[in-house]
Design a binder for this molecule. Structure first.
Ligand code: ZN
Ligand code: ZN
Length: 512
C-alpha cells in the first residue's frame, strides 16, 4: 500500500485549541485538504480513504478511568466534514473537564484540546427550562411522555449548540443560553377539549399565565420556558377527504398547536416530534431523511418539502426562531428571524444544494419587551439586499443560509441570558437606569453613567419587522455613547423603537 505517500492535511474550521465550551453538543466542522491525493506511481489510482476518525478522551487526574469515544464520519467529495459530538453522553461531565480530540484521516492526524465547563458559574441565574404540558385529566402513556421529553432535552441542547455556533461565527464567541435542567411535565388546568378550541395566541396567553401563577415556576423571573403541548391533534382523515393538502388546510386540521415565542415563553405543539431524533447519533440521519410524510396520518410543516427531514428542519428551525423572540429579537427579512429558519438542516449536512423554498409571510409575535439606555452618532446601518435567486445561492453557499443577521447577533450577545455576568451590584441595579426619549431634541438618552447605548432598531408595530437599525460603536478616542440623535428616516408611521444598552438593558418606545 502506498498510503504513506498521501499528503493530506486536516483543518478544523470552528474550534480553536484551548477553546472553552459551555454546551454539551458540539458541532465540529472542517476540511481535509487534498482528500483524493493521487498516488505518484500511478496517477489513476487515488487515495480511497472515505472516513475521518475522531477519538475523544477525557484528560482526567485518574489517568485510567477516562473512557474514549470514537466516532467515524464521512467526508464529502471536496473533503468537507461535519461531526456532532455529544459530550454529555460520552464523558462523565463534572463542572470542568479537559478533553483531548484526536482526528485522523489516512496517514494524517491532528490534535486539539478543549475545556468543557458545565455552565459559567456566574451565569447560573438566567436559564431556560423545557416543559411538556399535559392537560387536566389527560392520561398520556408514560412511555410517550418519556420519549417526548428525551427528544425535547436532546433538541434543546442542539439549539443551545446552534446559538453558540452562530454567535461564534458573528464574532462574539460561543455565547449561548443555559438550560436549567431536564424537561419537566407541567399539568395545565385546561382540558384537552379546551386546548383544541383555542388558537395559538390564546394558548400562549393561557399557559404563560398558568406558569406565572404556578407555585413551582412562578417565583423565578430569571427563568424562561420552552414548552410543548402534548395533546396536539391532527385530523388526517378530514384533510384526505377534502383533497386539499395545502399547509393552510393542514393547519386548520391541527388542533392544540402553536409555534409562538415572546416574553418568557416559547410555545409549540408536540405533533411534529415524530420527525425528531432521540439520540445525538440520529440527528444528522434525521435531517437527511427523505422519507415522505403520509398526510393522511401525520401533519406536514416543512415548507413543502414533505419529508421527515424537511419537517425536522422546519420545526426545529421554528424553535430557534421562537426562542429568539423570547430573547427580544424582532423579525428580519432573511436569516433565522426571517425566511431562513427552514434551512437549519444545512448547518449539519454536507454538500448542500441550493434549495429555493417559498418565502414566508412573517407572522405576529407575542410581544413583551423589557428595558432601557442611550447614545450619539457613529452608527452602521443595515441596507437590505435584494432577494434574487443569485443572492440566495450565494448566501446558502457561504453561510448555510441559517444565520442571525448582525443586529440580532448584537442583541443576543448583550442579552442577560447570554452575557458573561461579573456578578457585580451594577448588574442588579441595572433596572434603575433610565432610558428616555427626548422629543424636543429627537434623541434617545441613557441617563445613568454605566449603561452606554449599543443598538437601536426601528420595528414595525404589526410584525416587529426591523426596518432600520443602528449599531453604536465607541471608538478609541470616543467615550461610550449615551445620547443618540435619531436620523430622519427613523420616524416611520406605525413603528416603534427598540433600544439596547451594552449592559443588556432593553426598552421599547411606542411614541417617538
Ligand atoms: Zn490518503
Ligand atoms: Zn417570528
Amino acid at each position: 500500500m502506498n498510503r504513506c505517500m498521501c499528503e493530506h492535511r486536516i483543518e478544523v474550521d470552528n474550534l480553536d485549541n484551548g477553546e472553552i465550551i459551555n454546551h454539551t453538543i458540539l458541532l465540529i466542522k472542517g476540511h481535509i485538504r487534498q482528500p483524493r491525493f493521487p498516488l505518484p506511481n500511478n496517477t489513476t489510482k487515488k487515495c480511497v480513504e472515505e472516513q475521518l476518525v475522531l477519538r475523544l478522551r477525557q484528560q482526567s487526574v485518574h489517568a485510567d478511568s477516562a473512557g474514549e469515544l470514537q466516532q467515524h464520519t464521512p467526508i464529502s467529495r471536496n473533503g468537507q466534514f461535519k461531526l456532532l459530538c455529544d459530550l454529555g453522553q460520552h464523558v462523565s461531565l463534572a463542572e470542568e473537564v479537559q478533553l483531548q480530540l484526536d482526528f485522523s484521516f489516512c496517514n494524517t492526524s491532528h490534535q486539539l484540546e478543549i475545556l468543557y465547563k458545565a455552565a459559567d458559574s456566574s451565569n447560573k441565574k438566567y436559564r431556560l427550562q423545557p416543559l411538556y404540558i399535559t392537560c387536566s385529566k389527560q392520561s398520556v402513556p408514560e412511555e410517550l411522555v418519556h420519549e417526548n421529553c428525551e427528544k425535547i432535552n436532546l433538541n434543546l441542547r442542539l439549539v443551545q449548540c446552534i446559538y453558540a455556533e452562530q454567535l461564534r461565527t458573528a464574532g462574539f464567541g460561543r455565547r449561548t443560553f443555559t438550560i436549567n435542567g431536564d424537561c419537566q411535565v407541567f399539568e395545565s388546568n385546561l382540558s384537552c377539549e379546551e386546548v383544541w378550541q383555542q388558537n395559538e395566541k390564546d394558548l400562549w396567553q393561557n399557559f404563560a399565565q398558568e406558569l406565572l401563577t404556578s407555585s413551582n415556576w412562578g417565583e423565578d423571573s430569571k427563568l424562561k420556558f420552552v414548552a410543548f403541548i402534548s395533546c396536539t391533534r391532527y385530523d388526517g382523515a378530514a384533510v384526505a377527504a377534502s383533497g386539499d393538502f395545502s399547509y393552510a388546510n393542514i393547519r386548520i386540521h391541527l388542533k392544540g398547536h402553536a409555534a409562538l415565542g415572546g416574553g418568557g415563553l416559547a410555545l409549540f405543539g408536540a405533533a411534529y416530534l415524530f420527525a425528531w431524533p432521540q439520540t445525538c447519533n440520529a440527528i444528522q440521519t434525521c435531517f437527511g431523511s427523505t422519507k415522505e410524510v403520509d398526510l393522511t396520518e401525520l401533519p406536514d410543516d416543512s415548507n413543502y418539502r414533505r419529508t421527515y427531514g424537511g419537517v425536522y428542519a422546519t420545526t426545529l428551525g421554528a424553535v430557534v426562531h421562537e426562542i429568539g423572540h423570547t430573547f427580544d429579537l424582532g423579525h428580519t427579512q432573511d436569516g433565522v428571524m426571517g425566511n431562513g429558519f427552514d434551512y437549519v438542516n444545512r448547518v449539519f449536512t454536507l454538500d448542500n444544494l441550493t434549495e429555493h423554498l417559498p418565502d414566508r409571510i412573517i407572522q405576529h409575535v407575542a410581544p413583551k419587551v423589557i428595558a432601557q439606555v442611550a447614545t450619539r452618532p457613529r452608527f452602521t446601518q443595515l441596507k437590505r439586499t435584494t432577494n434574487s435567486f443569485l443572492d440566495k445561492y450565494h448566501e446558502q453557499k457561504t453561510s448555510d443560509s441559517f444565520y442571525f443577521t448582525r443586529n440580532c447577533a448584537v442583541i443576543l450577545a448583550h442579552h442577560k441570558w447570554f452575557r458573561i455576568h461579573n456578578g457585580s451590584a451594577d448588574e442588579e441595579r441595572a433596572g434603575d437606569a433610565e432610558i428616555t426619549y427626548d422629543a424636543v431634541n429627537n434623541c434617545v438618552i441613557s441617563a445613568g453613567d454605566n449603561h452606554p447605548l449599543c443598538l437601536i432598531e426601528v420595528r414595525c408595530m404589526d410584525n416587529s419587522l426591523v426596518k432600520y437599525w443602528y449599531e453604536l460603536q465607541s471608538g478609541k478616542d470616543i467615550d461610550e455613547i449615551y445620547t443618540f440623535h435619531l436620523p430622519k428616516e427613523a420616524h416611520e408611521e406605525n413603528h416603534y423603537l427598540f433600544v439596547l444598552t451594552k449592559t443588556g438593558l432593553t426598552k421599547r418606545f411606542n411614541e417617538y
